[in-house]
Design a binder for this molecule. Sequence first.
Ligand SMILES: [Zn+2]
Length: 748
Amino acid sequence: MIFVYILIFLAPLIPLSERYHTFYEVEQQLLDWDEEFGSNTDPWPSQYPGSGIIYELSQIGLSNQDNLPIYAVKLSYDADQTEDEARVLILGQCHAEEIYGVEIAMEMIDWLLHPNAFYPVNYLDRKLALENTELWVVPTHNPEGLLTVHGDTLAGEWIQDEWYRKNKTDINLNGIFDYVYGPGNDSDGVDLNRNYDFNWIFGDDKYELDYGCSANPSYISNFDYYRGKEPFSESEIQAVRDFAIDKQFLLSIAYHSSRSGCVSEKVIYPWNWAEGKSSPDFEVIDNLGRDIASFIPTQDGITTYLPSGSVSRRGNAHDWFYSQTGCIQYLIEAGTSNIQSSDEQIIEDTIDRNLVGAFHLINRASGNNFGEIGADKYLINGLVKDINSGEILNSEVSILEMDGPMLKPRMTDMFGRYRRLLYPGTFTIEVKSEGYKTYIETDIVPSASSFVEKDIFLEPLNSYNVSLNFNLPSDYDFSSNSKLVINSEWGLEEMELNTNIINLDLYEGEYYIELIGHGNNHFLPIQDSILIENQLDLFYDVKWAKLLYGGIEQNDWTDISGDWYFDDKIYSQTSSYYENDNFSSINLNQNFSGSDIVTMIKLKYELEWEKDYFSLAYVNQNGEILNQRNFSGHNYSGYNKFYISHLHNNEADILNINLSLSADESLYYRGIIIDDIKIFSDSEGAECFYGDINFDSFINISDIMKILSYVLDNDEALGYYKCVSDINQDDGINILDIAILINMILGD
Ligand SMILES: [Zn+2]
């Protein structure tokens, strides 16, 4: 293969226009404003009457390498107090070289602090922004990158690269900042817009080469898109994450610019990943995105910014903000490919045009529908309260027409308030809070001219005493506690079983309970669905398990279809990701019959939510699926055990275990990795499966070794081990049991 190196002759170094703020100028200006406005309780008596303090400066974190402060400015009436208002976040600059973001953010603060000045955005838009929202502005969350772009003295040496993009994390750990003047090729630094955990895996690894874009293939910026060593590895992004989770913003803009010109002058939003795979709120997001774009003329004056659903899935901010916090964030690519114009006229003009678009978004949050850039109201909001006490309830609020399995539940805020942007249509709201009856209201019709104000009052549920009585097997070992899991619509609760009766107070409703053995207690797991409508006594027989199959062994499986891969684990495919439009399936070469079967599968999985599935199925001799459990979505951070029971209703059935992965036509992920599989039954009428002393499903020489250790070494056999070792059931483990075991192995 031949690599063609294109030599780029860089223009002689011209200092950036004085119009741009260096990091220290940003800092100084924020401190000056703090001096002027930070404690002034009546800064503009006639323009902002009764405003209270309108400016509050805070620090939300530090940069990763140089520990520079990341500042956030809060602009609002009574900015020193936390008020029940919609919150909006403006993220100025992220990528170091994309400095329009700094200027737009700084100018926005300026406009709000100076109501008398004439700007392209009316006084009323600005006043209502302060009155009705809490507006947070972070001029830069990449201060060390910004310093590099403007130039900085480092260890006596002047370091400047106007083309620098990332932060300065010392990737190769050599203690020096490795950068190459010009686009890309900087070995240090992480792309801060690839470091969020949502779809992080698809971002670039270390030192990946770039190939430009189809519109500008000669613009190469190798290593510029490095996602970092793990999700949220960078302190800048940790700071933004924690800030976003804390504030629960309604709307946000993150400013960028496109030096390659590949995506210049665009408004990009979550998401339109593939045909038919747009975000659940896409209609709301797209409508507002189109409006924002229509208010920002392009530099050439010919048209306006281009709105577009985001296509790439690479650990970016806007997809994370939306899916994980419910905040709709727009990425705006400000300016043309001349991202650091030295023409002051162009700089001012780019800032002004962009701020008009930004104030339209702020109007959407503040409910300002007056004037040229006013926004239609289409929004529902209200408080969620206990119907009797009026107490505020922490609740999950869903609009069922705009809900999806990849979205983190949207919770009410510290005031008990929910807010959801809507569009012209009819909607259903569902409100859940633990211990309350789920509330559903249909036929909600929002309007352009007023918010739908709807406080929701939840009715408390009765709670009842439920007594779970476990008839435990002889020799049950109370010192190795089994795990009782109680699953309800409000989540999971886990407790240890250290007595045979557990009394609980549970709210009326449906529950799923699971009792799983631990340590010395290998018993057949108990799983049950229960409906609680009154006080309840439940009884369960717990029986020592017989292990029918255990382990990961390629020869145990028949490859039916697909690209399964085995080592000490089972992988759904040989490559990193499964393929689209694919069905892969394997069968275990072992049949089961007779009694109730439970399969334990320990795996991690990453599958497109509710489109791609992994399935474990019990299949009979005719190939009919009798029972299956499907897995979808993301559960890939660690291995988890799942238990799948099959009550063997038809004794004639011969059971087989089938694993399959099915993927639709678009959006692949990493699939599944199985760390362990075990299949259990009960002990078929006996107290336990005598002789399988090491619990490996076989009775053989290694069981003799294990029983010898009980007889000779004074190891104490507990729980399951005590039962299966006392083969002659004479209440002791001794030489007689060993003799019987030897006979069993020799097939006497
Ligand atoms: Zn950018």
